[in-house]
Ligand binder design. Structure first.
Ligand SMILES: Nc1ncnc2c1ncn2[C@@H]1O[C@H](COP(=O)(O)OP(=O)(O)OP(=O)(O)O)[C@@H](O)[C@H]1O
Ligand SMILES: [Mg+2]
Length: 1057
């Protein structure tokens, strides 16, 4: 919710001086002091804003503050310059009234700062958009440029405006800024050539020398050292807290934003440089034959550089400093200039150059910021003019400045009264006349066309004959002697004859702001503001774009023999125009006051403030404002503020606000003469009445606050109580639930325990019964088992005894086994038979000798090789394998043969070697040792063939009952040359078994393959012959017959078994 505050809330002192009670100068100043000490620098007198210079930056110009004051009524918030700016802007935008903001006050009181705050506020609250923002930016940036060229440090103000400025900001119907027009008033140009002690020349000179780059300075032929330039006073060349170099950058940037071209900036700087150079020109006298001295330039270097800068022919300028041409009608007379005149000419040129440059700058800025549209504009003028000045030594400039302030005071009085009167008329309230000091009389003293001081000065300047400042003073002394605000020692007014505070060459004016003593010296010259024509012509001839424009009167084609208008006349005219302009607008006043002379924060010098309060006529302002009715307020806010004071209006008044206020005041029994009802406002005559209302309101607010507090506390306690109650119910519910849950858990667990005990008891009972039953069953089983056991035991005993009696023989080949007596012993009976057989065999084997064991092993091997594979095998089973059948060691016939065989002979027998050609057999001795087999002649014992067993690859036999076997030799072995052997023996089984066993026992050679087949190939020398076994026919008899059938076939017929 938006919090509405009022000017009357949280007041430090009073925010509006109209409300001060009792009203006196002391209370007025005390109020200002109190507010100043609390950093409340703004105070109102009705709609006028008094602004105290805080001399320190305060956090009251932020964007938040702008928002706070935006679209709020003037008295709604505590006094602020933004409230005035907002009021002015809104009445311009919404009511279509042109506005002017008049900022007055003495030098250093904060006028320029105030004007900037107003402009920045208006810029912040008015419309936005690219184009509008550009216009705003240009308007705001014109300030730094003008300040650099038109402001200077004075003893009163480090940034004193040395020109008057009035800026019209133009708006469209929506209140968006369109552009602006700046008018400048009389620049204090004497400052260019001379500055009082402790003061500086215009800022731009110092800014240029400190801030320009080396390159720029070189181009401008300048030196960074201030001391090199006569026009720059040295005692206060730097200002505390002011960075000239940074300011220069700001100014250049601002010029760029405003729209200055780069070459324009350069030209401006060249002119500034030229002024500095001009100041360095010095003259020396040179005697002429006519006895007069003629001035000559001492050192021409500066002149040369200046001429180069401005593109002027050096000789022309040099001549202009030595001669002066006076033209009268058709005549031209040239006179020489003495040194003093040359210096005068130099300074006049410098001042003119600078002041014209300044005017050009203003025009140039105007060109940039002027509104682009021709449609009707609304205007807000901001006037920041030099303040009232009283120096020790006051001259023409101060006179002009003070005259301007005098005029402004006039307009202030006029407008304030007018406004007051208008408001009374508007509101239909009777007007009571107000006594106040009207300074029109002083204005008249200065500006009266007939005998005003300015008119006298002009008259004196135009008068033929010798004219001096003294003659001017004399004139004043005669004409103004009787004027009550004019004082002079020599005047016909005898009361000043003995006034020693009034020197002879001075006159004094009692301004509205105090008495000021003016020294007449220089009045005539300054008013004439003469520049020798030779100099203006020299300038016009310059080859420099800007200079030419600045000195149009130097154009020989436009020689004007008329005297130029005097400075005083021009100023009076422009002030006149300004006043007319201001009178057409709705005025808004900011009255600036400086709290001390030391530019210090926190110091409040009563006497100084009192002086300003007096001359600004602030007390009168308050009196005028209070003369009829001290306070006024629109009905709505008034009712809103005080409605709580009456039961009928509180809390809501249904009818019109005015009636509400009437009821309210009647109810409060306020005396009828204390207020008047206007059309839209209530007027309160005495601040006391307002304070009475305020006090009542305060008390009522206290009561209301107590009531609100009471209700609030009650509400709070009740809410708290309800909350507690609700919480208690919740807690209780939860607790009950918890307790019930717990109880239930207990019951449940108890039930479970009881249940489990019962179940346990039942189970144990059942277990006992079951155990008993089981034991009974076991007993029955055991008893029956015992009984059966004895039965079986008997049976078995009988069985074993019977078996013992009927045991078969110990011969392993005995197959008999007693019959089983009982069917259930079948398995065991068979097992016993098997065990018995194995035992019998074991017994049998244990009787074997080693030799017999070997024989049986051979037999076993033979059975593995041939059993069920060769029909001859069964016949060999019964034959013992004797090995040596020819008794090779004993038979003398074979002794030789035996000795030839190295190893032990494993087998010696007679075999039949089958003739390859016809299949007939021939007996041969067959010897087998571990390593070889030998075939020898049976009769002679001569070795026919010896084959190492290694050469033997396989043995082929038939499946029949024949004794044929083929020894196959490994291909490529030495033995293989003659081909394989085909032999026949009845002991074939033994021979092959032995042969095979040798192979099996030996690690060197491979096992000899035994190939059992009825058809195999035999290699006879080159031929491969197939040996085929066929069943024998009866004609072959029972013997085996072998026949060579052809080259490839050897047929062996074997009788069928
Ligand atoms: N509202 C303010 N807040 C902070 N400082 C201020 C304020 N107003 C003025 N000042 C200080 O006071 C100085 C002087 O103010 P300003 O230049 O506005 O005076 P002026 O009235 O324009 O004087 P002159 O007539 O010499 O131009 C400023 O430079 C600034 O330091
Ligand atoms: Mg100023």
């Amino acid at each position: 919710m938006e919090v509405k505050t009022s000017l009357l809330d949280n007041m430090i002192g009073v925010g509006d001086m109209v409300l001060i009670e009792p009203l006196s100068e002391d209370t007025f100043i005390e109020n200002l002091r109190k507010r100043f000490e609390h950093n409340e620098i703004y105070t109102y007198i009705g709609s006028v804003v008094i602004s105290m210079n805080p001399y320190k930056s305060l956090p009251i110009y932020t964007a938040e503050k702008v928002e706070e004051y935006r679209n709020r009524n003037f008295y709604e918030l505590s006094p602020h310059i933004y409230a005035l700016a907002d009021e002015a802007y809104r009445s311009l935008r919404d009511q279509d009234k042109d506005q002017c903001i008049l900022i007055t006050g003495e030098s250093g009181a904060g006028k320029t700062e105030a004007s900037k705050f107003v402009m920045s506020y208006v810029a912040a609250v008015c419309g936005k958009g690219q184009e509008v923002n550009k216009v705003k930016e240009q308007l705001l940036q014109s300030n730094p440029v003008l300040e650099a060229f038109g402001n200077a440090k004075t003893v009163r103000n480090d940034n004193s405006s040395r020109f008057g400025k009035y800026m019209d900001i133009e708006f469209d119907f929506k209140g968006d800024p369109l552009g602006g027009v700046i008018s400048n008033y009389l620049l204090e140009k004497s400052r260019v050539v001379k500055q009082p002690r402790g003061e500086r020349n215009f800022h731009i000179f110092y800014q240029l020398l400190s801030g320009a780059s080396d390159d720029t300075l070189k181009k401008l032929k300048l030196d960074r050292d201030f001391s090199k330039y006569n026009y720059l006073s040295l005692d206060s060349a730097t200002v505390n807290g002011l960075d000239d170099a940074a300011c220069f950058r700001t100014v250049r940037n601002a010029m760029q934003i405003v729209g200055f071209m780069e070459d324009e900036v350069q030209s401006v700087l060249e002119l500034v440089a030229a002024v500095l150079k001009l100041g360095n020109l010095e003259f020396k006298p040179e005697s002429r034959c006519n006895g007069f001295d003629e001035s000559r330039i001492k050192d021409k270097n500066d002149l040369k550089e200046m001429c180069e800068l401005l593109g002027i022919e050096q000789s022309v300028l040099e001549r202009a400093f030595s001669f002066r041409t006076v033209e009268a009608k058709m005549e031209k007379v040239s006179t020489t200039l003495n040194v003093a005149q040359a210096y005068y000419a130099r300074d006049a040129l410098a001042k003119n150059l600078y002041s014209r440059l300044f005017s050009w700058l203003v025009n140039r800025i105007n060109e940039s910021i002027k509104a682009q549209t021709k449609s009707r504009k609304k205007v807000m003028g901001v006037l920041d003019i030099y303040g009232f000045e009283i120096f020790e030594d006051n001259s023409f400039e101060q006179f002009i400045i003070n005259y301007c302030n005098e005029k402004l005071q006039q307009i202030f009085i006029e407008l304030t009264l007018r406004e007051e009167q208008e408001e009374y008329i508007r509101e239909g309230i009777e007007w009571t006349n107000i006594e106040y000091f009207n300074n029109a009389i002083i204005c008249d003293l200065i500006e009266n066309n007939k005998n005003g001081i300015l008119a006298m000065l002009d008259e004196e300047c135009l008068r033929p004959g010798t004219v001096t400042d003294e003659t001017f003073l004399d004139k004043l002394n005669t004409v103004c002697a009787e004027h009550q605000h004019f004082e002079s020692r020599q005047s016909k007014n005898s009361k000043f004859l003995t006034d020693h505070s009034l020197p002879h060459n001075c006159f004094r004016i009692q301004h509205y702001a105090g008495k000021v003593l003016y020294r007449v010296e220089g009045f005539v010259d300054k008013n004439n503001d003469l520049l020798y024509r030779d100099l203006s012509q020299a300038m016009y001839k310059a080859n420099h774009s800007l200079i030419k424009i600045l000195f149009p009167e130097g154009n020989p084609a436009k020689v004007n023999l008329k005297r130029p208008l005097t400075a005083g006349f021009q100023f009076r005219a422009s002030v006149g125009t300004l006043m007319k302009n201001l009178l057409t607008k709705n005025p808004n006043y900011i009255r600036c006051i400086k709290p001390n002379d030391k530019k210090a924060a926190h110091i409040f010098t009563d006497s100084l403030v009192c002086h300003q309060v007096r001359y600004l006529g602030l007390m009168e302002n308050v009196r005028v404002r209070r003369a009829g009715y001290a306070f006024r307020q629109a009905y709505e806010p008034c009712l809103e503020r005080y409605k709580m004071l009456c039961k009928q209006t509180w809390p809501h008044w249904k009818g019109p606000a005015r009636e509400g206020v009437e009821v309210l005041l009647k109810n409060l029994q306020v005396a009828a003469e204390e207020f008047a009802y206007g059309r839209s406002k209530i007027f309160i005559r005495n601040p006391r009445t307002l304070f009475f209302l305020e006090e009542k309101r305060r008390q009522c607010l206290e009561d209301l606050a107590t009531l609100i507090q009471k209700i609030y506390r009650g509400w709070k306690c009740r809410t708290h109580f309800l909350l507690l109650k609700k919480s208690q119910v919740v807690v209780a519910a939860w607790y009950r639930r918890f307790a019930q849950q717990k109880k239930y858990q207990n019951i449940r667990s108890s039930a479970l325990v009881v249940q489990s005990y019962i179940r346990g008891w039942k189970a144990r009972k059942l277990l006992r019964e079951l155990k008993h039953k089981k034991r009974c069953e076991e007993a029955v089983t055991t008893i029956s088992a015992y009984w059966h056991g004895t039965q079986v035991l008997n049976t078995m005993q009988k069985y074993f005894m019977g078996l013992k009696k009927t045991m078969p023989s110990m011969s392993p080949v005995d197959k008999s086994w007693p019959a089983r007596p009982y069917g259930f012993l079948d398995g065991m009976h068979q097992e016993l038979r098997r065990i018995f057989h194995l035992w019998r065999c074991k017994k049998y084997r244990s009787q074997f000798t080693e030799e017999k064991k070997a024989t049986y092993e051979e037999k076993l091997a033979a059975s593995e090789l041939f059993k069920d594979k060769k029909a001859l095998y069964p016949s060999s089973v019964g034959q013992p394998f004797k090995g040596d059948y020819v008794e090779i060691t004993k038979n003398p016939k074979y002794q030789k043969l035996n000795s030839l065989v190295e190893d032990k002979v494993l087998l010696a027998d007679v075999v039949s070697k089958i003739n390859r050609a016809n299949g007939k057999g021939a007996p041969r001795i067959f010897l087998l040792t571990k390593k070889s087999l030998v075939l020898a002649d049976q009769k002679t014992g001569q070795v026919k063939a010896s084959v190492p067993l290694l050469d033997l690859s396989s043995v082929s036999v038939s499946t029949q009952s024949d004794g044929f076997f083929a020894l196959k030799l490994k291909e490529g072995s030495t033995s293989a040359a003659k081909g394989d052997f085909l032999l026949s023996s009845d002991r074939l089984i033994e021979i092959i078994t032995k042969l095979h066993r040798i192979g099996a026992a030996s690690a060197e050679r491979n096992q000899i393959n035994i190939d059992i087949s009825d058809e195999f190939l035999v290699q006879f020398k080159q031929d491969k012959v197939c040996v085929k076994f066929i069943p024998g026919t009866p004609k072959n008899g029972n013997g085996v017959a072998c026949k060579r059938k052809n080259n490839r076939l050897l047929e062996v017929s074997v009788p069928s078994p």
